[in-house]
Structures are given as structure tokens and as C-alpha cells.
Design a protein around this ligand. Structure first.
Ligand SMILES: Cc1cc2nc3c(=O)[nH]c(=O)nc-3n(C[C@H](O)[C@H](O)[C@H](O)COP(=O)(O)OP(=O)(O)OC[C@H]3O[C@@H](n4cnc5c(N)ncnc54)[C@H](O)[C@@H]3O)c2cc1C
Length: 352
């Protein structure tokens, strides 16, 4: 039997999903988190299985969706908190071309789980600027990110599996596998965008993307659907709505900006006529790899030193599935998918 004691640095979505997966396998673990989250907590938490640009399924959607449905339902039951809200996603087509692609997907059985017939005007909200038609995407809905984070932190703190602290690299002895003089068997860095400053993994091609989201009020919006075209309007359990989101690269600032606020409101004006009031504005940074695939795996020189990062813009969709794959890999049960394994970057950075 393998006895592991895993130290996880970072208690965002990645650290939490790893924690639950390790707990399921009866593996001892501890999460250290500095309690300053700038991604998982501000995320809209939308699960969107389509990539609209080319109107295709997003990467691995067929495997990820059933997995996350089961995973989040189990976590909700375990921690006694509801955070996954099933709701449909209405796509307002951006062009005739997009509408035509949608009709092609409707005739393709491989898309049967995700696409639905084009909506009639009677079922379309009157506030939608509906130039090319619209249709629903079947999705599990959205995760209320703040509830998810707070409830999971409470759960792991109460189990003594999470402590708030800044990870001190100078207290790490990678040769003897100790941190702060305490032994671990494996160490996983799940630090989100701050991973690019990690002294062991900072060489990886991070291409982090800042994102901003507004919280808005409106008495007009339907509360039973997410609306999407160039921006999204997502109802929350508190009765307000999230309007998001922007992308900006090459910045480490987590401050909201006037420019992003204006950009979101301009996109909103192209989507809907409903009167809105802005009541909040948040920013965060999506930890993203240059090739937009997760970055998972072991350091090429230091054994038992791992990274779990790069979940990008669809973390809530990817994390459950890849936490499971990663724990199997830690236990020596299965190799990592080559597309996510950081070995894909070794050649460039390390000679044999
Ligand atoms: C505006 C915005 C909107 C988004 N919308 C969606 C969406 O709708 N759907 C979706 O699926 N995804 C969305 N995402 C993406 C999603 O939020 C990310 O993929 C995911 O949160 C990444 O989680 P993570 O745990 O890897 O990183 P993080 O959430 O950044 O967590 C890393 C954690 O590590 C801790 N940490 C870092 N360094 C240290 C250290 N040295 N010591 C101790 N602790 C440390 C930090 O405090 C933090 O808590 C969005 C992101 C943003 C910014």
C-alpha cells in the first residue's frame, strides 16, 4: 500500500478539487493558502461546453461535463452546501454565419447533448437585441464561486486540512522533502497566476489573462437563464447578475479598471435594452498557459515536486476531471494525458 502525505500550496479551485480527490482516496494532505484569492473567488463559474468562435464543442467537453456533474454533486452533499445552480445558457448569434453553423451542429449527432433548436421570437425575451436568432445550450449551469470557495475553506479548516499562511520557499528542503522541518511525501504547487513567480516552475510558458466582471441589478432580466453574445449576463443566487468578462494580458494588477467597465457596458448595449445599474466591479487573473492547456506534472530535476496549474478560462469545468487524473498519476496508477503534462515543455528548457 502507498502511504502519501501530500502538501498542496494554494487553496483555490485547484487546491480544493485536489483536496477532495485525495480525501476520497484516503490520502493524507494539507493545503497552505495565503487567503488572497484572485481568480477562483471572482469567477462567474459558468460551465460552457461550446467555443463560439468556431461553434464547436470545447476541448474534452464530452468527458468533462459528466465528470463535473458527479463531482460537484458529491462535494455539495459532503460539505452540506449548495453551489451548483442548473440553468440554461442562451446564445444570441453574432452573425448569419454563426446561425448557419448552429444549424449544421443541430444535424450532427455528436452535438446532441449540447445544442437545441433555434428559439422562436415568442420565447425570446423582449430586451434581447436578437438580429440573427438565438438558441439554448444545455449546460450543467454555473457554480456560485464565492459560496464554493468559502464553504470549502470552512470544511477543510474544520478538518485541519487547510491553514492560512504564506508559503515560505526558504523553509523548503527539496532534497530531504521537508517544509518548515516537517516531512511530506509529495508537494504540489497550485498557486494560480502566482505560479509564474515560482522558483521551480516559473520557467513554464504562463500567459495569464486578467479578467473583470461587473455586478449589476435589473428588474427586467429573466432569472432562469444566462445570456451570451460578446459578453454574458448571469443571474446569481442573490438576485443580482454578473456581467462579464474582459481579457487583458501582460499585467499582474488585480485592480478593477475604468477601461474594462466601459468595455463591458458597451458590449452589453449591443446585447440588450434592459435598464441596468452597476453595483459592483471585481477583477482577477486566470492562470493560463501559452497553449491554453493545463500545466500538470513533476519537475524534471526534483522528484516529488509537482505543479497543478494553467486551468485558464474554464477552470470550473476542467478542475474535477484533472484533479482525478492527477491523483491517479501521483499514486502511480496512470500516466498524465500528454496534452496536459508539462513534459511537453521539457525539451525547450532542460537538456537530458
Ligand atoms: C474574471 C474571471 C472570470 C472567470 N469566469 C470563469 C467562468 O465563468 N467559468 C470557469 O470555469 N472559469 C472561470 N474563470 C477561471 C477560473 O476562475 C480559474 O480557472 C480558476 O479559478 C483557477 O483556479 P486555481 O486554483 O488554479 O487558481 P487561483 O484561484 O488563483 O488559486 C490559487 C491560490 O493559491 C494561493 N497562493 C498563491 N501563491 C501562494 C503562496 N506562495 N503561498 C500560499 N498561497 C498561495 C492564492 O492565495 C490562491 O488562493 C474566471 C476567472 C476570472 C479571473
Amino acid at each position: 500500500m502507498i502511504i502519501l502525505s501530500v502538501l498542496i500550496v494554494g487553496g483555490g479551485l485547484s487546491g480544493i478539487c485536489l483536496g477532495h480527490t485525495l480525501e476520497q482516496q484516503n490520502i493524507d494532505f494539507k493545503i497552505i493558502d495565503c487567503n488572497q484569492n484572485h481568480s477562483s473567488k471572482v469567477a462567474a463559474g459558468m460551465i460552457n461546453p461550446m467555443t463560439f468562435r468556431r461553434m464547436i464543442k470545447s476541448w474534452k467537453a464530452d468527458e468533462l461535463i459528466p465528470f463535473l456533474n458527479q463531482f460537484y454533486a458529491q462535494v455539495e452533499e459532503k460539505i452540506e452546501e449548495k453551489f451548483l445552480f442548473p440553468i440554461r445558457l442562451r446564445r444570441a448569434f453574432a452573425s448569419e454565419h454563426e446561425r448557419a453553423l448552429w444549424i449544421e451542429r443541430l444535424n450532427n449527432p455528436q452535438y446532441a447533448n449540447f445544442v437545441n433548436p433555434i428559439e422562436r421570437s415568442e420565447t425570446t425575451p423582449n430586451y434581447l437585441k436578437d438580429n440573427f436568432g438565438n438558441a439554448f445550450i444545455s449546460t450543467p449551469g454555473y457554480i456560485d464561486a464565492k459560496t464554493f470557495m468559502e464553504a470549502n475553506h470552512r470544511y477543510f479548516i474544520q478538518k485541519d486540512c487547510l491553514q492560512y499562511d504564506n508559503f515560505d520557499y526558504s523553509a523548503l528542503d527539496v532534497e530531504n522533502k521537508t517544509y518548515d522541518s516537517k516531512a511530506y511525501t509529495q508537494l504540489v504547487f497550485a498557486e494560480g497566476f502566482q505560479g509564474e513567480d515560482n522558483p521551480f516552475f516559473g520557467y513554464l510558458p504562463f500567459k495569464n489573462a486578467k479578467g473583470e466582471v461587473l455586478t449589476i441589478n435589473s428588474s427586467d432580466f429573466r432569472e432562469d437563464e444566462i445570456l451570451n453574445r460578446k459578453c454574458f449576463v448571469l443571474p446569481t443566487k442573490n438576485g443580482d447578475f454578473k456581467l462579464g468578462s474582459t481579457y487583458a494580458w501582460d499585467t499582474k494588477s488585480t485592480e478593477p479598471t475604468q477601461g474594462a467597465r466601459e468595455a463591458l457596458l458597451e458590449r452589453y448595449e449591443g446585447l440588450s435594452t434592459a435598464i441596468i445599474e452597476v453595483v459592483g466591479h471585481e477583477a482577477g487573473i486566470r492562470p493560463t498557459a501559452a497553449d491554453r492547456r493545463p500545466m500538470l506534472g513533476e519537475h524534471p530535476q526534483y522528484k516529488d515536486l509537482f505543479i497543478f496549474n494553467g486551468l485558464g478560462a474554464k477552470g470550473y469545468m476542467l478542475a474535477p476531471y484533472f484533479a482525478d487524473a492527477f491523483v491517479k498519476y501521483l499514486m502511480g496508477k496512470a500516466p498524465l494525458d500528454k496534452e496536459v503534462d508539462i513534459q511537453r515543455f521539457y525539451k525547450k528548457h532542460f537538456k537530458k
